[in-house]
Design a protein around this ligand. Structure first.
Ligand code: FE2
Length: 195
């Protein structure tokens, strides 16, 4: 009797991982990797079958990470971050290149520059962007200092690809910055004039 080969359907998530693997295969620098991973991520954002209900569970206390996948060679990790309205990160930078995209809701990112002056340090905001479903970003250290907040009124979920094994390094965060924030002089003058 002839037997039929059984074809196992490939999940949306598996397809995304394959797309990321294949995009990274053609890269050699952190810049290329972050950009390639961001492009690979984009078509899957917002797909209702991408995550399981458990992977969308928030934590009322703080934004919640769910590690979804680590490459067998540790070359990259995929993590879902689940945010209730108003939940935010501290200002931080990263241990590796990073690509991220909004899967649900809206997130606002503030980018900072670390300024050293007269022996002291402060943070200067250099950009703010609100990303909605389907938007992707790529970061490469150094110069990747930012903070992210769920600025919407509903649950937000973002998918992050890090160029590291997060199980080994423990976190994608290299350093958290607890420093004063100062606006650049022209912005400060404008803000004062409008007050
Ligand atoms: Fe970050």
């Amino acid at each position: 009797m002839e037997t039929m080969a059984r074809v196992t359907p490939c999940s949306v998530f598996d397809r995304m991982i394959r797309r990321i693997e294949s995009a990274l295969y053609r890269t050699s620098t952190p810049d290329q990797m972050a950009t390639a991973a961001a492009s690979a991520l984009r078509p899957f954002l917002g797909h209702p079958g991408l995550l399981t209900p458990e992977q969308c569970e928030p934590d009322p206390e703080r934004y919640r990470p769910h590690v979804l996948h680590v490459a067998p060679d540790g070359r990259f990790s995929v993590v879902a971050l689940v945010w209730m309205p108003g939940q935010e990160t501290q200002v931080h930078d990263h241990v590796s290149w990073c690509a991220f995209g909004v899967h649900r809701g809206a997130e606002t990112e503030v980018q900072y520059e670390l300024v050293e002056e007269y022996g002291g340090q402060y943070l200067q905001p250099v950009g703010t962007v609100t990303n909605r479903v389907g938007a992707v970003s790529a970061l490469v250290p150094p110069g990747d200092i930012h903070a992210v907040v769920n600025s919407g009124s509903e649950l937000a979920i973002s998918i992050h690809v890090y160029g590291a094994d997060v199980r080994v390094v423990g976190s994608s965060v290299r350093h958290r910055y607890d420093l004063p924030v100062r606006l650049a002089e022209p912005i400060l003058a404008f803000a004062q004039a409008m007050a």
